[in-house]
Design a protein around this ligand. Structure first.
Ligand SMILES: *Cc1c(COP(=O)(O)O)cnc(C)c1O
Length: 413
C-alpha cells in the first residue's frame, strides 16, 4: 500500500535552495579555511553527478529497503490522541525509530557511505557526540566495507560508554579527543583535521543538516526520504495532507527531511521543536532558533547561541542529540521566511511526552523525539490545536539509549 520509498522523488521539487553558492537565503555558505575548500568542492561535484545517476539512486533505494527497513511505518496512535483534550484530533507517527540502528541517522550515513565509495574513498571519518551518529556510520562502514574512524570527545566517551562498545563491535576505530572541552565541537575539529590530511582516501561523513556547503543540502536530500514516504502514506491513510508536521530539532536533519516535501503545501504547518532544557529564560537550553542570533558556526552562517562577544554559548538538554548550540541553514531560512514555526520543549515536558506515549501506545521514544511529543501535548493543553486537527509527528528515534537518564529523572528502577 505504501509508495514512494525512493530518494529519487525527493528532490528537487523545491529546487531553488540552496543556490549555487550553497546559500538558503542569507544562511549557509562556506566559512572555511582554504585547505578545506578544495575538499568541499570535490564533494559537491561528486554529489551532483551521483544524484543525477539513476544507478546510484537505485542502489541507495535498494539498500534502504533491504538493510534499513524502509519505508518505515506511518500509523495512527488513537489511544495517545484520546489522552489529549482536543476533540477529533488524529495523530500519526512516522516511525524512524524502527529503522536499523534505531533512528533516522542511518538514512544519511548510508547515502554518504555510498557516495564515498563512488568517489573511490576507502575510508570514512565522522564526529559523534552522544554516539548515535557514530553508531550509524560504523554500521554503514561495516555494511559497505569501508574503514571507519570515529572521533569522540573524551568527556562524551565516559558518559556514553555503551555506544563506544557498539562502535568498536562494528569494527570502528574510536578515537578519544582530549582537546578543548572534550565534547562534540572538539570531535568535529579533529574529524576535519583528519579529513584534510587524508582527503585522497577519506570521506568526512558529517551527521546533520548543518556545516559548510554542500553538507546541509546532501544531508537534507538523504533525509528527505522521511517526508516523501510520510506524505504518500498519509495521503493513502487519510486522503488528505496533514494540518501539522512536527519534528524535533537538533542540527535539523530529521526535521528538514520530514518538512521538505511539504514546503510547497502552504496549508501544512511545519513546526520545529528545540530543546528548552531547564527553560529558555534560564540560559540552560539548546534553543538556537528561539533564542539565538545569526552568526558563523561550523563553517556555515546560521542561527546559533552566542554571547555578546560572539563566543558560542554552553548548552543543556536532557536529550544529547539536541544539545547543539547551532541549527542548520535551511531551517534558519524557513524560520525567517515564516514557512516554519518553531517552539521549544523543556526537559520536563519531553519526559511527560515520553511517559504518555509509552503508557498509551507501547512506544518508548528517544528523548529527542519526546520533545516533539511534549510540544504536541502542550499545544493541546493550551487549547492552541483546532478541533479535528490531523497531525503527523516524526518519531526520530527509539529510547533504548536513554533508559539510564529516564530512570534517574523519573525515579524508576
Ligand atoms: C541525533 C538525533 C536527533 C537530532 O538530530 P537532527 O539532525 O536534528 O535530526 C534527533 N533524534 C534522534 C533520535 C537523534 O539520534
Amino acid at each position: 500500500m505504501v509508495v514512494g520509498h525512493g530518494v529519487e522523488q525527493n528532490t528537487f521539487r523545491h529546487g531553488e535552495f540552496p543556490d549555487e553558492r550553497g546559500r538558503f537565503g542569507r544562511f549557509g555558505g562556506r566559512y572555511v579555511p582554504e585547505g578545506i575548500m578544495a575538499a568541499l568542492l570535490e564533494l559537491e561535484s561528486a554529489y551532483e553527478l551521483a544524484r543525477a545517476d539513476a544507478a546510484f539512486t537505485r542502489e541507495l533505494t535498494h539498500l534502504l529497503r533491504v538493510r534499513v527497513g524502509r519505508p518505515t511505518l506511518l500509523h495512527e496512535v488513537p489511544r495517545f490522541a484520546a489522552r489529549l483534550a482536543t476533540p477529533g484530533l488524529k495523530v500519526y507517527l512516522k516511525r524512524e525509530d524502527m529503522a536499523h540502528t534505531g533512528s533516522h541517522k542511518i538514512n544519511n550515513a548510508l547515502g554518504q557511505g555510498l557516495l564515498a565509495k563512488r568517489m573511490g574513498k576507502r575510508r570514512i571519518v565522522a564526529e559523534t557526540g552522544a554516539g548515535q551518529h557514530g553508531v550509524a556510520v560504523a554500521t554503514v562502514g561495516a555494511m559497505l566495507g569501508l574503514n571507519c574512524t570515529i572521533y569522540m570527545g573524551a568527556a562524551d566517551m565516559e558518559r556514553q560508554q555503551p555506544n563506544v562498545v557498539r562502535m568498536r563491535l562494528l569494527g570502528a576505530d574510536v578515537r578519544a579527543v582530549d582537546t578543548g572541552k572534550r565534547r562534540l565541537k572538539d570531535a568535529i575539529s579533529e574529524s576535519v583535521r583528519d579529513w584534510v590530511s587524508n582527503v585522497d582516501t577519506t570521506h568526512y561523513l558529517f551527521g546533520t543538516a548543518a556545516g559548510p556547503a554542500p553538507y546541509p543540502r546532501i544531508v537534507r536530500d538523504f533525509q528527505t526520504t522521511i517526508g516523501v514516504e510520510a506524505r504518500s502514506q498519509i495521503l493513502v491513510a487519510e486522503g488528505r495532507l496533514p494540518d501539522y508536521v512536527i519534528a524535533c530539532v537538533g542540527g535539523g536533519s530529521n526535521a528538514v527531511g520530514a518538512f521538505h516535501p511539504f514546503t510547497g503545501d502552504a496549508r501544512v504547518r511545519l513546526v520545529g521543536v528545540e530543546a528548552a532544557g531547564r527553560g529558555v529564560d534560564t540560559g540552560e537550553h539548546a534553543a538556537s532558533l528561539s533564542a539565538g542570533t545569526p552568526g558563523e558556526i561550523d563553517g556555515s552562517f546560521s542561527y546559533l547561541l552566542q554571547d555578546d562577544d560572539g563566543q558560542i554559548a554552553g548548552t543543556h538538554s536532557v536529550a544529547a542529540g539536541l544539545d547543539y548550540p547551532g541549527v542548520g541553514p535551511e531551517l534558519s531560512h524557513l524560520k525567517d521566511t515564516g514557512r516554519m514555526s518553531h517552539a521549544a520543549a523543556t526537559d520536563a515536558l519531553a519526559l511527560r511526552g515520553l511517559q504518555l506515549l509509552g503508557r498509551s501506545e507501547g512506544i518508548i521514544a528517544a528523548l529527542e523525539s519526546a520533545h516533539a511529543v511534549g510540544h504536541l501535548l502542550d499545544l493541546s493543553e493550551r487549547d492552541e490545536l483546532p478541533a479535528d486537527s490531523l497531525v503527523l509527528l516524526c518519531l526520530s528515534g527509539r529510547g533504548d539509549k536513554d533508559l539510564d537518564i529516564a530512570a534517574q529523572q523519573l525515579g524508576l528502577g
